[in-house]
Design a binder for this molecule. Structure first.
Ligand code: GDP
Length: 364
């Protein structure tokens, strides 16, 4: 068919028909698959801080292949005693709020202070569309050139829970590799905040001023999770508006119940692009860590999170086991029909399916 851009509308433009891809010259050629290391070798490389081994181990975590998962779990287990020694910081904000610009600056600040950081992400968009809102590592131009920074885009496969678990596991490896600051970035548009909140010590919400409805745009739940709210783009003629937005947020926070940590969330303005006020933001984060370490909340929260992830993993595995059984799926289908035809109640139908499932487990 004639290409639409060859119509008269696009004068001076000629689109030639394409050439099909060339046939495979050697159909017997086998694709080279990177050989897997032994779990011990992965661990050794990670503990030495070898970025390439770390990257490969994270790829195993992200893989759905059972052999990869088995090795990945062993590596995580062995790295666990060397993990935990970091600040885990969640960063959220709507697209365009300036997350990548800010992380670039925050990260450079960490490096200037002698630290190392890993930037991980949980990108809910990848779940359905396979596209990504957060984009890839090139977004952080300065950081991506620093050897002290390890930047990894969001794992793309699976449910939000699955993606979050992989990021949680990746944190362990990054800490074992010596990254003492872990940033977990997400887009402030939905459920992913809760997932990030369940794996970080400090949760930073990046906001913008000047939209006129500052407080309506964000879900109350996200604000309640925040340990710090920062208004970005406080530069040029936007400074007054940023200050006004900060005042509004401070007022709104007064109405919120006290946080479980006892820490009073702070509201600051800064400019990620011009690098203004970054040290103030970092100061706040320093003070938070001092505070929660002193009160004991820091380790209490980490323990709770560890428990949460254990229960979450059990939950996921149980569901997976249940729903992946073909006989269960067949019975579910039958029962669904009966429920829809009013031949059986939802509850007895559910009980029948569960009875079937449990008795088949006992029979094994
Ligand atoms: P993200 O989608 O949240 O990661 O946002 P980006 O970091 O990609 O920033 C979105 C846009 O806002 C880009 O065009 C940035 O250059 C711009 N931007 C980010 N931070 C600032 C800032 O502090 N001041 C100004 N004026 N622009 C900024």
């Amino acid at each position: 068919m004639e290409h639409p851009e060859n119509s008269n509308e696009y004068k001076g433009l000629q689109v030639n028909s394409g050439v099909g891809s060339a046939p495979i010259v050697n159909p017997y050629r086998r694709r080279r698959v990177a050989t897997m290391l032994s779990p011990g070798d992965y661990v050794e490389g990670i503990l030495k801080g070898d970025v390439s081994t770390l990257g490969r181990a994270v790829t195993l975590i992200e893989s759905t292949a059972e052999t990869h998962q088995a090795v990945a779990q062993e590596v995580i287990e062995k790295c666990l005693p060397y993990s935990g020694n970091s600040r885990r910081i969640g960063i959220t904000g709507v697209p365009g709020a300036g997350k990548s610009t800010s992380i670039d600056e925050f990260g450079m600040h960490v490096i200037r202070q002698g630290g190392k950081l890993a930037v991980l992400a949980i990108d809910p968009s990848s779940e359905r569309s396979r596209g990504s809102i957060l984009g890839d590592k090139t977004r952080m131009e300065k950081l991506s050139q620093q050897k002290e920074a390890f930047i990894r885009p969001s794992p793309s496969a699976g449910s939000l829970g699955g993606v979050a678990r992989k990021t949680r596991e990746t944190i362990v490896l990054c800490e074992a590799a010596g990254y003492d600051n872990i940033f977990v970035e997400t887009v402030g548009v939905g459920q992913s905040e809760t997932a990030v909140h369940s794996m970080v010590d400090f949760f930073l919400l990046i906001q913008l001023a000047g939209t006129g409805d500052e407080l309506q745009g964000i879900k109350r739940g996200i604000m309640e999770m925040a340990d710090g709210i920062v208004i970005n783009k406080a530069d040029g003629d936007n400074i007054d508006r940023a200050n006004l937005a900060a005042a509004q947020f401070r007022n709104a926070l007064h109405l919120f119940p006290p946080t479980p940590s006892g820490w009073k969330p702070e509201v600051l303005t800064y400019s990620g692009y011009y690098g203004l006020g970054i040290d103030k933001v970092w100061d706040m984060i320093d003070r938070y860590f001092e505070f929660v370490k002193q009160t004991g909340y820091f380790s209490r929260k980490r323990n709770e999170q560890a428990k949460y992830w254990m229960l979450e993993t059990i939950d996921t595995q149980l569901r997976h086991h249940f729903y992946s059984r073909p006989d269960v799926a067949a019975l579910l289908e039958q029962k669904e029909l009966r429920v829809l035809n009013n031949e059986q109640s939802s509850f007895t139908a559910a009980r029948d399916v569960l009875d079937f499932y449990f008795s088949s487990l006992c029979a094994k």
